[in-house]
Design a binder for this molecule. Structure first.
Ligand code: NAP
Length: 283
């Protein structure tokens, strides 16, 4: 069989997904390709999804700005896609077009690899209240963490908390404005800060999403979903204070690998994917 996979979203120019998925194909001995389908508006989404229905595409990843836009076109939603209200992976099962979301387990798997066994308090503060924040919150709530969501638009944080409340135990999910004093009040209770905003991402590498006056408590680690640059301004702040800090590359690798596994049923070695990414970086 020759597999045809792809990615839609906009812009896609700097996407690392082709390296991850092409390496997955090659390293597992599968013939095929992974193409980019840049799409600024949602206007042509339905015709792209027709390629999946017709068997001309065997798997499609979806990124910003279409993770919600594709919801209306699928026949079935996985449990995680339903919970997050977003799709990042599509495939056909029988004659049903399925929308799935591997961001949730991609984040959790990588987080566990990075901080599992470090004794970090299971209480997280997520900065941002968009699609990625939802995926992170759903993942953490599902394994019993307490979650606080802070956004510069407080209403957005409140809406996200309200949407996720069916999956949270009472008192486990709260919204805050992303400003100095409310964050200062809770920061000492936080074991993990997650940046789920694009602040700090190239080209805005000097934009720090956490108010500068916040004093980092003793026991706090950072997971920054941004991975370009590899060390973000917020990661530097944590590292300079002797704290653990990770970027979002591991989540990207995991969600891509898990998409490949859903599409093909074939396991892909994560270390092979990491090697391919580091060769590109060094090359
Ligand atoms: P999104 O739906 O657009 O949400 C972004 C959130 O960040 C919104 O709450 C937004 O608030 C807020 N925000 C934007 N700029 C900000 C700033 N300068 N300061 C404070 N808050 C700000 O985007 P998303 O899909 O959630 O993605 C968020 C980030 O995660 C992106 O950088 C994306 O590349 C990254 N991501 C990484 C992975 C991975 O695998 N590592 C996976 C998914 C996403 P407003 O509405 O007020 O702008």
């Amino acid at each position: 069989m020759i597999y045809h996979f792809g990615l839609t979203g906009y812009p896609l120019g700097h996407s690392l997904s082709p390296i991850i998925l092409q390496t997955a194909l090659q390293s597992t001995g599968q013939a095929g390709d992974y193409k980019l389908f840049p799409m600024k508006s949602e206007f042509s989404l339905e015709s792209l999804l027709l390629l999946l229905r017709q068997g001309e595409l065997h798997g499609l990843n979806v990124t910003i700005p279409h993770k919600q836009n594709v919801l209306q076109y699928v026949d079935l939603l996985s449990h995680t896609a339903k919970m997050t209200g977003a799709i990042n992976t599509l495939y056909l099962r029988g004659d049903q077009l399925v929308g799935d979301n591997t961001d949730v387990s991609g984040f959790l798997t990588d987080l566990n690899e990075k901080i599992g066994g470090q004794g970090i308090r299971h209480s997280a503060l997520i900065l941002g209240a968009g699609g990625a924040a939802r995926a992170v919150a759903i993942g953490l709530l599902s394994v019993g963490w307490q979650v606080s969501i802070a956004a510069r638009n407080f209403q957005q944080a409140q809406n996200t908390v309200e949407a996720l409340s069916p999956w949270a135990r009472s008192g486990y999910l709260q919204a805050f404005p992303l400003t100095m004093s409310p964050i200062e009040e809770i920061i000492d209770q936080i074991g993990l800060l997650v940046n789920a905003t694009p602040a700090g991402m190239s080209p805005n590498i000097l934009l720090d999403p956490l108010p500068a006056e916040i004093h980092l408590p003793q026991q706090i680690a950072l997971y920054d979903l941004v991975y370009n640059p590899e060390t973000t301004i917020l990661m530097k702040r944590f590292q300079e204070n002797g704290k653990l800090a990770f970027n979002g590359l591991g989540m990207l690798v995991e969600q891509g690998a898990q998409s490949f596994e859903l599409w093909t049923g074939i396991f892909v070695s994560r270390s092979v994917l990491w090697n391919a990414l580091s060769m590109r970086r060094d090359g």
